[in-house]
Structure formats: structure tokens, C-alpha cells
Write a protein that binds this ligand. Sequence first.
Ligand SMILES: NC(=O)c1ccc[n+]([C@@H]2O[C@H](COP(=O)([O-])OP(=O)(O)OC[C@H]3O[C@@H](n4cnc5c(N)ncnc54)[C@H](OP(=O)(O)O)[C@@H]3O)[C@@H](O)[C@H]2O)c1
Length: 254
Amino acid sequence: MTSVAVVTGASSGIGAATVRRLATEGFHVLAAARRTDRLADLVREVEANGGAATAIGCDVTSDESVAGLAAAAAAAPGPVTLLVNNAGGARGLDPVETGAVGDWQWMYDVNVLGTLRVTQALLPALVSSGAGTIVVVSSTAGFTVYEGGGGYAAAKHAQTAVAGTLRLELCGRPVRVVEIDPGMVRTEEFSLVRFHGDADRADAVYAGVSEPLVADDVADCVAWCATRPQHVNVDRLVVRPLAQAAQHKVHRAG
Ligand SMILES: NC(=O)c1ccc[n+]([C@@H]2O[C@H](COP(=O)([O-])OP(=O)(O)OC[C@H]3O[C@@H](n4cnc5c(N)ncnc54)[C@H](OP(=O)(O)O)[C@@H]3O)[C@@H](O)[C@H]2O)c1
């Protein structure tokens, strides 16, 4: 029987790439995000390539919406064996001194509580599958801080704490917990969202960096972790572009 994977934040960037990739690995993928028009296009693309996916409108900051995602997963054509908690992002690059409380609340709600809500809603199905995997897409900001990144790093540190705690709590039950921590990934929207739509500031993040990671690179990491034999739990996978040796150590041409 076909295994079902649920991917949140599937309407762009890493989430959309992960949907495409998991479909090629044979999963029926439930692609969840708020922008259902983009999800519908993605599903059409997956199906045109011989894969199977379903678009699910879901706001991970809403209990009711996440309950709808769980209902869709229960009705899916196979056991739910994989959850990819990817929905998230950054807002603002302000110092702690002046950071907007609203930005910090948004980051905590989407990255941390979104992961909590969706994990709680799908955990029963993952356990009953007998071979479940939960992937948490955190960040190198989940273990390193940088100037202006206080709110994002606080949220990603918290998301990392949730992943580590969950792995301890699920020990003895048939669900793996994998944390993936990407460094710089050039996706179409991450930095635009961070800078509230300011394209110049968004582009400057990647200026002179010859090859930042792209969404497919992270999707490849998700697929690799998820397709190891079930007894192999990749606890944490840290992945950066060659040009980024550490959070502050980025080689830029020119
Ligand atoms: N790009 C990077 O450099 C980088 C590095 C490390 C980690 N990450 C992490 O990787 C993940 C994906 O990032 P990305 O670069 O692919 O960013 P992105 O292109 O901005 O994608 C973010 C996704 O999250 C979804 N989302 C936002 N709020 C949501 C909500 N309330 N409910 C449901 N979905 C929501 C968005 O869809 P809708 O707006 O349609 O809902 C979108 O599909 C994030 O967790 C991010 O923190 C990114």
C-alpha cells in the first residue's frame, strides 16, 4: 500500500521541493499550506510527472485548520508514515533592543507552535503506521545566534528543543524524529518574508555568494533521512553551502 507523507509549508521553497521529491520516492504526498492556488498548481505538476499528491489548505497557527489536516490524513489512501514540519520562517532582522514583539510572536507561532499542533494532530496516525518518521526543518539558527537574528534564533532554538524532547519521549515507540538544520538556502520567499517584501534587502542576503543551497538540496536531505532503514534515526543533519563555513563566515566574491 502507498505510504502517505504530509508536508507543511508546501506552497513554496523547501516545502514545495520536498513534495516533488517525496512524490518521486513513491509517497502520496499531502501538500499543506495556506495558499491553495499554489498547491493546486504543484499537485498538477506532480501528477503530470506520474506522482500522487493532494492539496490541503492549512494554517498551522489554527487548531481548527490543523484538525482539518488530520482529517484529510485519516482519509488518505494509505498509512501516514512521514510528517515534514517545514512551515516557518523569519520576520525582521532587528536587534533585541528594537525588535517588534509582533514579529517575534509570529515566528514563535508558526515555527514552534505550528510544529507542536501538527505533530500532536498526526502522531496517533504515525504511531499506528508502525513505521513513522517526523522531520523537523529547523535551522543552523537553532543552535547559533547572530546579530539581528534574536527572534528567529529564539524560535528555531525552541523548535530544536521540541524535536529533541520528542525523540526522548517517543523512545520505544515506532516513530523516528529527525531534525534538519539548513544554513543559507536561496528560496524565492524566505528573505522577502523576513524583510516584509523589500526585494533589495532580500537579494543582498545572497550577494556575491556563488552557490547558496537551493530548495532541492534540502528536499534531498529530507528524502535521504526518510528513506534510511527504519531502525536508523538521523538525529540531526546540518547542511550548508560550501561558501558558508559558519553562520558569520560566508565567502562573497567581489
Ligand atoms: N531559506 C533559508 O535560508 C532557510 C534556512 C534554514 C531553515 N529554513 C527553514 O525552512 C523552512 C522553509 O523555508 P523556505 O526557505 O522554503 O521559506 P518560504 O519559501 O518562505 O516558505 C515558507 C512556507 O511556509 C508556509 N507558511 C507560512 N506560514 C504558514 C502558516 N501559518 N500555516 C501554514 N504554512 C505557512 C508558506 O506557505 P503559505 O504562505 O502559503 O501558507 C510557505 O509555503 C522554514 O521553516 C524556514 O525557517 C530556511
